[in-house]
Design a protein around this ligand. Structure first.
Ligand code: SF4
Length: 66
């Protein structure tokens, strides 16, 4: 797992999400979950409709209450 904000967008293969199910908005590392925010791993401004190779879906066991 990468360190906190250790990746550039190029390194993470940050790009437009073709499938909204796998976009930053649905990824557990985006904060806050607005149209524009930040990411735990990727530096810079993160757009909810984009994605990258570090994508991980929200809603695992620890997220079950939200
Ligand atoms: S898909 Fe990538 S850039 Fe987007 S929030 Fe998740 S880890 Fe960050």
């Amino acid at each position: 797992m990468p360190g906190i904000q250790s990746l550039s967008k190029g390194e993470a293969n940050y790009r437009k999400a073709e499938n909204p199910k796998f976009s930053c908005h649905e990824c557990k590392f985006m904060f806050p979950r607005l149209s524009i925010g930040g990411c735990r791993f990727v530096r810079g401004v993160i757009h909810a409709e984009d994605t990258c190779d570090e994508f991980e879906a929200r809603g695992g066991e620890q997220q079950a209450r939200t």
